[in-house]
Design a protein around this ligand. Structure first.
Ligand code: HEC
Length: 142
Protein backbone atom coordinates (compact mmCIF):
# COMPACT_ATOMS: atom_id res chain seq x y z
CA UNK A 1 0.00 0.00 0.00
CA UNK A 2 2.77 2.40 0.96
CA UNK A 3 4.56 1.76 -2.34
CA UNK A 4 1.40 2.63 -4.17
CA UNK A 5 1.33 6.12 -2.61
CA UNK A 6 4.97 6.67 -3.44
CA UNK A 7 4.42 5.85 -7.10
CA UNK A 8 1.35 8.10 -7.30
CA UNK A 9 3.42 10.87 -5.77
CA UNK A 10 6.15 10.42 -8.36
CA UNK A 11 3.69 10.33 -11.22
CA UNK A 12 2.21 13.61 -9.98
CA UNK A 13 5.67 15.14 -9.71
CA UNK A 14 6.48 14.09 -13.26
CA UNK A 15 3.19 15.50 -14.56
CA UNK A 16 3.84 18.74 -12.67
CA UNK A 17 7.32 19.10 -14.14
CA UNK A 18 6.16 18.37 -17.70
CA UNK A 19 3.21 20.70 -17.38
CA UNK A 20 5.38 23.52 -16.00
CA UNK A 21 7.87 23.04 -18.79
CA UNK A 22 5.09 23.19 -21.36
CA UNK A 23 3.70 26.40 -19.94
CA UNK A 24 6.92 28.30 -19.27
CA UNK A 25 8.69 27.42 -22.49
CA UNK A 26 5.79 27.93 -24.85
CA UNK A 27 6.82 30.27 -27.62
CA UNK A 28 3.56 31.89 -28.52
CA UNK A 29 4.08 34.58 -31.10
CA UNK A 30 2.37 37.74 -29.96
CA UNK A 31 4.06 39.71 -32.72
CA UNK A 32 6.65 42.36 -32.28
CA UNK A 33 5.24 45.79 -31.68
CA UNK A 34 7.48 48.74 -32.23
CA UNK A 35 6.29 52.31 -32.31
CA UNK A 36 7.69 54.67 -34.93
CA UNK A 37 9.59 57.68 -33.57
CA UNK A 38 6.62 60.00 -34.19
CA UNK A 39 4.30 57.59 -32.43
CA UNK A 40 6.73 57.53 -29.50
CA UNK A 41 6.56 61.31 -29.30
CA UNK A 42 2.78 60.94 -29.38
CA UNK A 43 2.93 58.42 -26.57
CA UNK A 44 4.99 60.85 -24.50
CA UNK A 45 2.38 63.55 -25.04
CA UNK A 46 -0.29 61.03 -24.13
CA UNK A 47 1.51 60.26 -20.87
CA UNK A 48 2.52 63.84 -20.02
CA UNK A 49 -1.04 65.09 -20.48
CA UNK A 50 -2.64 62.23 -18.62
CA UNK A 51 -5.03 61.30 -21.40
CA UNK A 52 -5.27 57.96 -19.68
CA UNK A 53 -6.94 59.55 -16.68
CA UNK A 54 -10.13 59.81 -18.73
CA UNK A 55 -9.56 57.54 -21.73
CA UNK A 56 -8.81 53.85 -21.99
CA UNK A 57 -6.64 51.78 -24.29
CA UNK A 58 -7.78 48.16 -24.33
CA UNK A 59 -10.24 49.04 -21.59
CA UNK A 60 -7.59 50.26 -19.16
CA UNK A 61 -7.69 53.83 -17.93
CA UNK A 62 -10.20 56.31 -16.61
CA UNK A 63 -13.82 56.17 -17.66
CA UNK A 64 -14.86 59.77 -18.18
CA UNK A 65 -14.09 59.68 -21.91
CA UNK A 66 -14.42 56.89 -24.48
CA UNK A 67 -11.96 54.07 -25.18
CA UNK A 68 -9.56 55.18 -27.91
CA UNK A 69 -8.01 51.82 -28.91
CA UNK A 70 -9.68 51.76 -32.32
CA UNK A 71 -10.72 55.38 -32.67
CA UNK A 72 -8.25 56.03 -35.48
CA UNK A 73 -9.85 53.45 -37.79
CA UNK A 74 -13.40 54.45 -36.91
CA UNK A 75 -15.16 54.90 -40.26
CA UNK A 76 -16.91 58.12 -39.22
CA UNK A 77 -14.02 59.74 -37.38
CA UNK A 78 -11.54 61.42 -39.65
CA UNK A 79 -8.09 62.62 -38.67
CA UNK A 80 -9.41 66.17 -38.83
CA UNK A 81 -12.20 65.35 -36.42
CA UNK A 82 -9.77 63.74 -33.97
CA UNK A 83 -7.45 66.74 -34.09
CA UNK A 84 -10.32 69.13 -33.52
CA UNK A 85 -11.39 67.07 -30.53
CA UNK A 86 -7.91 67.45 -29.04
CA UNK A 87 -7.58 71.19 -29.40
CA UNK A 88 -11.09 72.53 -29.02
CA UNK A 89 -12.34 71.02 -25.81
CA UNK A 90 -15.78 69.44 -25.87
CA UNK A 91 -17.88 68.95 -22.75
CA UNK A 92 -15.55 67.36 -20.21
CA UNK A 93 -12.75 66.83 -22.73
CA UNK A 94 -10.25 69.58 -21.89
CA UNK A 95 -8.78 71.89 -24.49
CA UNK A 96 -5.12 71.16 -25.19
CA UNK A 97 -2.81 73.65 -26.87
CA UNK A 98 -1.04 71.18 -29.12
CA UNK A 99 0.91 72.42 -32.12
CA UNK A 100 -0.01 70.82 -35.43
CA UNK A 101 3.08 68.60 -35.15
CA UNK A 102 2.02 67.46 -31.72
CA UNK A 103 -1.46 66.66 -32.99
CA UNK A 104 0.13 64.52 -35.71
CA UNK A 105 2.27 62.68 -33.16
CA UNK A 106 -0.72 61.81 -31.00
CA UNK A 107 -2.68 60.71 -34.04
CA UNK A 108 0.24 58.56 -35.13
CA UNK A 109 0.37 57.01 -31.67
CA UNK A 110 -3.36 56.25 -31.76
CA UNK A 111 -3.00 54.86 -35.27
CA UNK A 112 -0.25 52.47 -34.25
CA UNK A 113 -2.14 51.42 -31.14
CA UNK A 114 -5.11 50.72 -33.37
CA UNK A 115 -3.05 48.36 -35.54
CA UNK A 116 -2.32 46.08 -32.64
CA UNK A 117 -5.83 44.69 -32.29
CA UNK A 118 -9.50 45.13 -31.55
CA UNK A 119 -11.11 46.35 -28.38
CA UNK A 120 -13.61 45.13 -27.42
CA UNK A 121 -12.73 41.88 -29.12
CA UNK A 122 -16.30 41.06 -30.07
CA UNK A 123 -15.45 38.26 -32.46
CA UNK A 124 -13.31 36.36 -29.99
CA UNK A 125 -14.24 32.68 -29.91
CA UNK A 126 -14.09 30.33 -27.01
CA UNK A 127 -12.62 27.05 -28.18
CA UNK A 128 -13.69 23.69 -26.82
CA UNK A 129 -10.44 23.52 -24.82
CA UNK A 130 -11.45 26.66 -22.96
CA UNK A 131 -8.83 28.86 -24.64
CA UNK A 132 -9.99 32.08 -26.20
CA UNK A 133 -9.15 32.72 -29.83
CA UNK A 134 -8.93 36.47 -30.35
CA UNK A 135 -9.78 38.12 -33.59
CA UNK A 136 -6.52 39.63 -34.81
CA UNK A 137 -6.01 42.63 -37.02
CA UNK A 138 -5.21 41.25 -40.44
CA UNK A 139 -4.17 44.47 -42.06
CA UNK A 140 -1.33 45.75 -39.92
CA UNK A 141 -0.58 48.59 -42.31
CA UNK A 142 -3.88 50.36 -41.85
C1 HEC B 1 -10.74 65.23 -18.08
C2 HEC B 1 -10.97 64.08 -18.90
C3 HEC B 1 -10.26 63.96 -20.23
C4 HEC B 1 -8.91 64.05 -20.49
C5 HEC B 1 -7.77 64.33 -19.52
C6 HEC B 1 -8.76 63.82 -21.90
N1 HEC B 1 -9.98 63.58 -22.48
FE1 HEC B 1 -10.33 63.19 -24.44
N2 HEC B 1 -12.33 63.11 -24.09
C7 HEC B 1 -12.92 63.27 -22.84
C8 HEC B 1 -14.37 63.15 -23.00
C9 HEC B 1 -15.38 63.23 -21.87
C10 HEC B 1 -14.60 62.94 -24.37
C11 HEC B 1 -15.96 62.80 -25.07
C12 HEC B 1 -16.41 64.18 -25.49
C13 HEC B 1 -17.74 64.14 -26.22
O1 HEC B 1 -17.82 63.46 -27.25
O2 HEC B 1 -18.66 64.74 -25.74
C14 HEC B 1 -13.31 62.92 -25.03
C15 HEC B 1 -13.12 62.72 -26.38
C16 HEC B 1 -11.89 62.58 -26.99
C17 HEC B 1 -11.69 62.22 -28.38
C18 HEC B 1 -12.79 61.93 -29.40
C19 HEC B 1 -13.19 60.49 -29.23
C20 HEC B 1 -14.35 60.06 -30.06
O3 HEC B 1 -14.54 58.84 -30.21
O4 HEC B 1 -15.11 60.90 -30.56
C21 HEC B 1 -10.34 62.16 -28.59
C22 HEC B 1 -9.62 61.80 -29.90
C23 HEC B 1 -9.71 62.48 -27.34
N3 HEC B 1 -10.68 62.73 -26.40
C24 HEC B 1 -8.34 62.52 -27.16
C25 HEC B 1 -7.73 62.88 -25.98
C26 HEC B 1 -6.30 63.02 -25.83
C27 HEC B 1 -5.29 62.75 -26.92
C28 HEC B 1 -6.09 63.40 -24.53
C29 HEC B 1 -4.77 63.74 -23.89
C30 HEC B 1 -3.94 64.71 -24.57
C31 HEC B 1 -7.38 63.49 -23.88
N4 HEC B 1 -8.34 63.17 -24.79
C32 HEC B 1 -7.55 63.83 -22.57
C33 HEC B 1 -12.28 63.48 -21.65
C34 HEC B 1 -10.92 63.66 -21.49
Amino acid sequence: MHKYYVSVFFILVVIYVLYSKEIYTEKTNFGYIKLSSNALKGENLWLQNNCNACHQLYGLGGYMGPDLTNVSSHPQKSAEYLKVMMISGVKSMPKFNFSSDEQEYILQFLKEVDRTGYYPNRNAQIKYTGWVQYQKKENNEK
